[in-house]
Design a protein around this ligand. Structure first.
Ligand SMILES: CCCCCCCCCC/C=C\CC(=O)SCCNC(=O)CCNC(=O)[C@H](O)C(C)(C)COP(=O)(O)OP(=O)(O)OC[C@H]1O[C@@H](n2cnc3c(N)ncnc32)[C@H](O)[C@@H]1OP(=O)(O)O
Length: 378
């Protein structure tokens, strides 16, 4: 990797020696990276990181991370490999590298990065409203609908908006063969700047806000689990009012495998829903449930043959959405009382604090590194 970084840095340097990117070009390129539709892959992300640091801070001037700090060590190595490359050249190389990542069709229509952000950002989470139903769709089928940091924030916002719109209920589903593969593991490898502790703190804040929004959502919240669900896409189901599933869906919470711990209040909701014995097997040992098993444990309301799921479920939901909305909200608030919500907020806070520490653990960093290097899959 170091050789590739050195080679590319030198090649781009020689090829573009006569060009100079302005600070504005550089700032725009930094914004464009956040809007990339396709994940450029870890190798490119490490290069971008190294060039960014060189362009903004000059030669690597921080101590080498410890041997177990895998991710930061790879990043440090890449930055250090740039040696004394001048800041201006690093800036130019960064701009060139970013423009090589943008398909020409997009580059011409993109214009001012800030103006397009919202439009592009909403592609991974599609929100529509029809027939009294606000639908929130995980829409990254090529990545099994893994949830990026940006998606957590978009979903939080979409839920806050839906709680006040004129729809009767909100429904989550996934596009493609998966409901969602859970947290996007590259969330852990894209630290743009700052130290790892701050990064983990920010992650915990985003997660806490995300889960709080589910706890406080006032209208019926329904999940249509169209395929396998992993991690946080499973644990949040404990905060839904109704869960319909395809018979192809599975429910998997491999937290221990990832050096992590339960979130989305599942350490409280799962034992309550299915009893401690079954919840322990899922949350501690990562036992994957079939749709039938999840139904038997009370996590799923009803299972449908995959071939008829969409037709049957949407017909039913459209009929439910015509019921008097205030009655539905009031019933929900009786079922999920204010004292219960208070308890859920306390559980959420504790789970987030626990995870914040876990993300810095060797166990977690090792598991994420294995996934990134394709040695490990679930
Ligand atoms: C610190 C900052 C954090 C910010 C906010 C934090 C909030 C986080 C709170 C929650 C924390 C954890 C809870 C969880 O969700 S834990 C569960 C995490 N998920 C996984 O471990 C799943 C990993 N994926 C897999 O094991 C497999 O991909 C699969 C799901 C079993 C599917 O296998 P497959 O063979 O059918 O398909 P595959 O080729 O692997 O996947 C296709 C492409 O999709 C990419 N991909 C799939 N899942 C993820 C994922 N979770 N994260 C990132 N990328 C994922 C996969 O890499 C393939 O991509 P590519 O084609 O190779 O580019």
């Amino acid at each position: 990797l170091l050789q590739v970084v050195r080679f590319l840095a030198a090649r781009v340097h020689l090829g573009r020696a006569t060009m100079r990117a302005s600070q504005k070009d550089f700032d725009n390129a930094v914004k464009q990276v956040k809007l990339l539709k396709e994940d450029p892959g870890n190798e490119v992300k490490v290069k971008l990181y190294a060039l960014y640091k060189q362009a903004t801070e000059g030669s690597c001037n921080v101590p080498k991370p410890g041997v177990f700090d895998f991710i930061n060590k790879v990043k440090w190595d890449a930055w250090n490999a740039l040696g004394s490359l001048p800041k201006e050249t690093a800036r130019q190389n960064y701009v060139d590298l970013v423009s090589s990542l943008i398909p020409s069709s997009e580059a011409s229509s993109r214009g001012e990065p800030g103006t397009q952000e919202k439009l592009l950002a909403s592609e991974d989470v599609v929100v529509t409203s029809e027939d009294g139903i606000t639908k929130i769709v995980f829409n990254r089928p090529t990545k099994k609908n893994a949830i990026t940091t940006q998606m957590y924030q978009e979903i939080t916002q979409a839920l806050k908006t839906a709680s006040k719109d004129n729809s009767a209920m909100t429904v989550f589903t996934g596009n493609g063969d998966y409901y969602s593969s859970g947290n996007d593991l590259t969330n852990f490898t894209s630290t743009p700047s700052g130290n790892i502790e701050e990064f983990a703190k920010r992650g915990a804040d985003i997660l806490r806000d995300f889960v709080d929004t589910f706890i406080d959502f006032p209208k019926p919240l329904v999940a249509v689990v169209n395929g396998p669900a992993v991690g946080i896409s499973v644990t949040t189901l404990g905060l839904f009012d109704v869960v319909y599933a395809s018979d192809k869906a599975t429910f998997h919470t491999p937290f221990s495998h990832l050096g992590q711990t339960p979130e989305a209040c599942s350490s409280y909701t799962f034992p309550k829903i299915m009893g401690p014995a079954k919840a322990n097997e899922m949350l501690i040992f990562g036992k994957k449930l079939t749709a039938g098993e999840a139904y038997a444990q009370g996590l799923v309301t009803e299972v449908f043959p995959d071939s008829t799921l969409q037709k049957e479920v949407w017909a039913r939901l459209k009929a439910y959405a015509k019921l008097p909305p205030n009655a539905m909200r009031i019933s929900k608030s009786l079922i999920k009382s204010s004292s219960e919500r208070e308890k859920l907020h306390a559980v959420n806070a504790e789970e987030c604090t626990t995870l914040q520490a876990r993300w810095l653990s060797e166990e977690c960093i090792g598991a994420v590194t294995s996934f990134m290097s394709r040695k490990a899959k679930l």
